[in-house]
Write a protein that binds this ligand. Structure first.
Ligand SMILES: Cc1cc2nc3c(=O)[nH]c(=O)nc-3n(C[C@H](O)[C@H](O)[C@H](O)COP(=O)(O)OP(=O)(O)OC[C@H]3O[C@@H](n4cnc5c(N)ncnc54)[C@H](O)[C@@H]3O)c2cc1C
Length: 381
């Protein structure tokens, strides 16, 4: 029996653990640095059909309908005028069992961890990785040492494991944006409350959508914001009331009531990956945000985390040990280009360019060929 160690109990680590658990040839343990798994209660997440198809393999279809929602379209609005620009029918990519889904992060995490029981070890912070070829020795800050045949690194964008194992420094960079996240307590009037609403503003966009059929709504705004080197390092800044007030005052949202109607409001800097990291030993692999973290403007981070976990599992199970890295690299580059382009297009500020942006958006959202290329290539994996 092969021993598999997974570092990090986020979406990617928990999903790959579920896949391995069903194969008796593998013994798995997940090591998580925190003393419990972060549920980020209340906040939402969007999952496109590419990841729903994979989640269904471990029974996601049976998650209660009261815990998930299937929006059919994305409504594009202008932040300035509050007018609707156009809509995108995302249900086009659905099949009977795989639908574009929104839900609370906590529902997804609870679903992913429910069958893992004591396979998850908390309070295990990795401190050293000794790559001895066929065997890999892991040391943790609690002084315990574990051995494994396969090491799966899923400890997120700030991956400590990646920096321990890789010679060329894994780079991340500040995306020059802050995220403002919260739960909407009151839905704005005259806005479609059954779908995803995306408002485009100058150096700014925001999205809100239902996360279940009973009227809980997730809100997320992305605003361009310069931070000094000191500010980027000072994490307590983002909890500082005067800093939060300053950011909210700068936020160019036209409907200010929305900000007043948010609870659990959090502001945090968005970091993204700047390069890829290939590890020589094929039995050590990265997945999820540890492999690559995207700007959030394509809502693909979690879906790609799930895809990368699935592809790696298949390549280990089928002993193809093939080109997992190369295939992932291609898809990741495609998603990253689209995420960057989306952010650029969403944030246009010049009235003339926004006029043309809106003009083309209206046409492109109805153009079958364009949608197949831009979205279909990502959603139909
Ligand atoms: C503002 C914003 C909005 C987003 N919205 C969406 C969306 O709508 N749809 C979507 O698909 N994606 C979205 N994403 C992206 C998505 O949240 C991430 O891509 C996804 O959560 C990554 O999962 P992961 O398992 O790779 O990493 P993480 O979720 O970061 O999990 C990493 C785990 O590893 C643990 N860990 C860290 N260091 C160590 C260590 N040294 N030792 C042991 N354990 C460790 C952590 O505690 C954590 O549990 C969004 C991201 C942002 C920033």
């Amino acid at each position: 029996m092969k021993k598999v160690a997974i570092i990090g109990a986020g979406i990617s680590g928990l999903f790959i653990a579920n896949l391995f658990k069903r194969n008796p040839n593998y013994q798995i343990i997940i090591y998580e640095k925190n003393n419990s798994i972060s549920l980020e209660e209340g906040y939402g997440i969007q999952l496109s059909v590419n990841s729903i198809k994979l989640l269904n393999e471990i029974g996601f279809k049976d998650l209660q309908n009261s815990e998930k929602f299937s929006p059919e379209k994305i409504n594009f609005y202008s932040n300035e005028s509050y007018n609707k620009i156009c809509e995108l029918d995302i249900s086009k990519f659905n099949t009977q069992d795989c639908m574009y889904t929104t839900l609370k992060r906590s529902s997804l995490i609870n679903f992913l961890k429910k069958d893992l029981g004591d396979l998850i070890r908390t309070n295990y912070k990795i401190s050293n990785i000794d790559d001895q070829g066929a065997q890999i020795k892991l040391s943790f800050e609690n002084k315990e040492i574990k051995e494994c045949d396969y090491l799966i690194i899923s400890d997120g964008i700030f991956s400590k494991s990646k920096s321990l194992i890789s010679n060329n420094k894994a780079k991340i960079k500040y995306n020059n944006t802050l995220a403002i996240r919260g739960i909407l307590t009151k839905f704005p009037e005259n806005i479609d409350n059954k779908n995803i609403n995306l408002f485009l503003g100058s150096d700014f966009h925001y999205v809100f959508y239902p996360v279940n059929p009973t009227g809980d709504f997730n809100f997320i705004a992305i605003i361009k914001y310069k931070l000094s080197t000191e500010e980027k390092k000072n994490y307590s800044l983002f909890k500082d009331k005067s800093f939060i007030k300053k950011v909210l005052e700068k936020t160019p949202i036209k409907n200010k009531d929305l900000l007043d109607d948010l609870k659990e409001l959090k502001i945090f800097p968005v970091f993204v990956s700047d390069n890829f990291c290939k590890i020589k030993n094929q039995n050590i692999q990265l997945i999820g945000d540890a492999f690559f973290a995207f700007p959030p403007s394509f809502a693909q981070g979690a879906s790609q985390s799930i895809e990368s976990a699935y592809e790696l599992f298949k390549s280990i199970e089928n002993k193809t040990n093939d080109n997992f890295f190369e295939r992932r690299l291609n898809k990741t580059k495609m998603v990253n280009n689209r995420s960057q382009l989306n952010q650029f297009v969403f944030h246009l500020s010049n009235p003339l360019t926004t006029f043309f942006r809106n003009f083309f958006l209206k046409r492109l959202m109805k153009n079958k060929k364009f949608l197949e290329t831009y979205l279909g290539k990502i959603y139909n994996n």
